[in-house]
Unconditional design. Structure first.
Lengths: 177, 281
């Protein structure tokens, strides 16, 4: 096992690998990462493939995660930068059996076509609604402007965010969801 | 193949500068990381993450609006002082940063020290006569913003030295200002030209004006001769056109030389329009 050296707030790679300790979808997690590996690649290599690899240059938003409460592009982050932080991926939101209200709203509005952009869009929606529970349409469009969708004209997604906002207002708050 | 074998999170500036200057090591500073990750030199062996340095702040006093280099664009958008300063152009420029995730991750410091012509803030802050504060080898130094891009300082930023904050003179608070970016789509990072005009007016006269250009030129620049044409005058279409023509004529090497005629014409139109709009505000 590589050794984590915590001197001056530093992590040193051992045998060419860093050990990253972070909170992943509410669970304390320790993963090994190669130098230069992005958080996106680490997540997908670890089986969390809901985070999509699209452009890999920070343009499409399909790799969006929530990092310490704010959206982040996991393709533009080294995995080691996640050390000590809270990461939420689409797998942390809901499940097929018990979807998150935002996921339900996207289905209800017919906002999902091929689905590739949707995990990122749902996480961007979550970050928006956590901060602003009653966004206007321009605010929704600005909050989703980093999530490109090749299938739709974004009308249904905007509608889905509005439905989700209403649904979340009616729900008692769940910690971390 | 990356050689990275050390990732550190210094909590003080002194510690961060020491990490960057550690003998026998090649370190790279990470701010928001949106540009650093994809351009990480294969020879870099240390990543110095600046997120615990507490460089995300906006402060005002009688002399300056001071913005920490680690302030993200989203944080800038949330600050009341930024909303109204110089006709709100700082807010407008942060709002127009390519996407929500980049606004959440990217920092003002990264926008200034990464030498990409398309960044919004070099041109904007040049027009507001901003100064940069740089920490290097145990001391901090305040320099005019344009010096950041000098061959002497530029190679040191993020590898040996750290941009800590930007100071915008209080005299720019009530300037009549215009920020205009011309690109294929609103959210595109790449653009043809970014123009900032900041003007001090009194009794229907332009007392002084700053005209700055980004994107069309590799490094943001001012146009002193065009600015001098406007000082002390009442601006009309003819004068604005003269100043814009002066600016277009002063353009050096372009970012897209293959589109030189188009870009020169475009800059002239944008500058004229921005001068007229700033004067009419």
């Amino acid at each position: 096992m590589p050794k984590t050296v915590k001197k001056s707030n530093a992590i040193t790679a051992s045998n060419g690998l860093f050990t990253v300790n972070f909170e992943l979808n509410g669970v304390k997690t320790e993963l090994l990462t190669k130098p230069g590996e992005t958080l996106l690649d680490l997540l997908r290599r670890s089986g969390l493939r809901g985070t999509k690899k699209g452009c890999d240059t920070g343009d499409c938003g399909s790799c969006t995660i929530i990092l310490d409460g704010k959206t982040a592009l996991s393709c533009l982050m080294l995995a080691v930068q996640a050390n000590g932080r809270k990461v939420t991926t689409i797998e942390g939101l809901g499940s097929p059996a018990e979807p998150h209200p935002i996921q339900t709203a996207f289905v209800q509005a017919g906002a999902v076509q091929c689905g590739f952009c949707i995990p990122g869009m749902i996480l961007a929606t979550k970050a928006l609604l956590d901060k602003n529970p009653s966004p206007t349409e321009p605010e929704i469009r600005h909050a989703l402007d980093g999530n490109l969708c090749r299938c739709t004209g974004y009308v249904k997604q905007v509608e889905a965010v509005q439905i989700a906002a209403q649904a979340l207002k009616k729900q008692p708050k769940k910690k971390g969801k | 193949m990356h050689k990275l074998d050390r990732y550190c999170l210094p909590s003080t500036l002194k510690e961060a500068v020491a990490e960057l200057n550690a003998p026998g090591r090649k370190a790279v500073l990470f701010g928001g990381g949106t540009l650093a990750v994809k351009t990480l030199p294969p020879s870099a062996d240390t990543a110095v993450d600046s997120r615990l340095l507490k460089l995300n702040y906006v402060k005002t006093d009688s002399k300056y609006l001071t913005i920490g280099a680690g302030t993200t664009f989203t944080e800038l958008l949330e600050k009341p002082a930024v909303k109204t300063w110089a006709s709100g152009i700082l807010h407008q420029a942060a709002f127009a940063i390519s996407s929500r995730m980049v606004r959440d991750m990217g920092t003002l410091g990264g926008n200034l020290v990464r030498p990409y012509p398309y960044n919004h803030f070099p041109c904007l802050l040049l027009a507001l006569d901003a100064q940069a504060v740089v920490a290097f080898k145990g001391k901090t130094q305040t320099v005019p913003l344009a010096e950041l891009w000098s061959p002497k300082l530029m190679p040191l930023l993020g590898t040996k030295a750290i941009l800590t904050e930007v100071k915008i003179p209080a005299s720019s608070k009530n300037l009549s200002a215009i920020f205009e970016k011309f690109s294929k789509t609103e959210s595109m990072w790449e653009s043809y030209a970014i123009v900032t005009v900041a003007m001090e007016k009194k009794a229907g006269v332009c007392r002084s004006a700053a005209i700055a250009l980004g994107s069309a030129v590799p490094t943001a620049m001012r146009f002193p001769k065009a600015e001098a044409l406007l000082a002390g005058k009442t601006i009309d279409e003819t004068l604005a056109e003269q100043a814009a023509a002066q600016a277009a004529a002063a353009l050096p090497k372009l970012t897209q030389p293959e589109k030189a005629d188009y870009v020169r014409g475009l800059v002239q139109v944008l500058v004229r329009r921005a001068i007229l709009q700033a004067f009419a505000k």
